[in-house]
Ligand binder design. Structure first.
Ligand SMILES: CC(C)(COP(=O)(O)OP(=O)(O)OC[C@H]1O[C@@H](n2cnc3c(N)ncnc32)[C@H](O)[C@@H]1OP(=O)(O)O)[C@@H](O)C(=O)NCCC(=O)NCCS
Length: 194
């Protein structure tokens, strides 16, 4: 169960508190995005490692996202030692002529396989559900990205089918279009119900 507290968001797991916190992106977080976007393994399903210019551009976008009021990038932190373990966020995207939220996540390799990305997604979805500026939250993992598709499946997203997606600019990918209707309570069926 996720709950919000000030500028951080915590997930409660098996009675333990504060497993995961999402902290808004700051100027000092360049190293986090640099580590993620320059790592060949982490970028396997995301078009390959990015250049220094692309990484600096991503950092600027992450910083600006919070100022617009319609999105936010976070570093994912594991309590109680406050280890930074990855990134997650949501931002505006025009998708099929509609303004929706898009989300994406990355966890450093040494922390993968422990359910931590799933926890971070649970915290983010709970936060965005309360924020509620847009009706739909989408994620577009590559069809070959088994862990990410698994996270979507178990986090309450509905798979609307395969689609062509471009990430980064100029790099086409075959992705699944996963969606949550933020107006529905977590226990209700999700997806695009009018
Ligand atoms: C995708 C990513 C964030 C997953 O992080 P993680 O912390 O290992 O994820 P979790 O441990 O929460 O769980 C992933 C789920 O996928 C499953 N999974 C992992 N590897 C899998 C595989 N090869 N095939 C099928 N399922 C797999 C896990 O079993 C788990 O499901 P479960 O809890 O039901 O067992 C991480 O691999 C990553 O950062 N990858 C690089 C960046 C990336 O591709 N981001 C996604 C962009 S959309």
């Amino acid at each position: 169960m996720a709950r919000e507290s000030g500028r951080t968001w915590r997930v409660r797991q098996l009675g333990f508190e504060a497993v995961i916190e999402l902290l808004p992106w700051t100027d000092g977080d360049l190293w986090v995005v640099e580590r993620c976007l320059s790592d060949a393994d982490m970028m396997e399903h995301l078009g390959g490692p990015q250049s220094r210019e692309q990484i600096l551009d991503a950092h600027r976008r992450y910083l600006a996202a919070g100022g617009k009021g319609t999105g936010q990038m976070f570093k994912v932190v594991r309590a109680p030692l406050s280890e930074v373990i990855g990134t997650i966020g949501y931002w505006d995207k025009t998708w099929q002529d509609e303004l929706v939220y898009e989300t994406g996540w990355m966890i450093f390799p040494e922390y993968q396989g422990r359910g931590l990305a799933s926890d971070a997604v649970a915290v983010l979805v709970a936060h965005v559900r309360r924020d509620h500026m847009r009706r739909f939250l989408h994620a577009f993992p590559s069809i070959a990205n088994a862990p990410s598709n698994g996270i979507c499946r178990k986090s309450g997203f509905t798979n609307l089918g395969e689609c062509e997606f471009e990430y980064p600019a100029g790099h086409p990918m075959r992705c699944n279009d996963w969606c949550i209707d933020l107006r529905l309570a977590p226990s209700e069926p999700r997806g695009r119900q009018q």
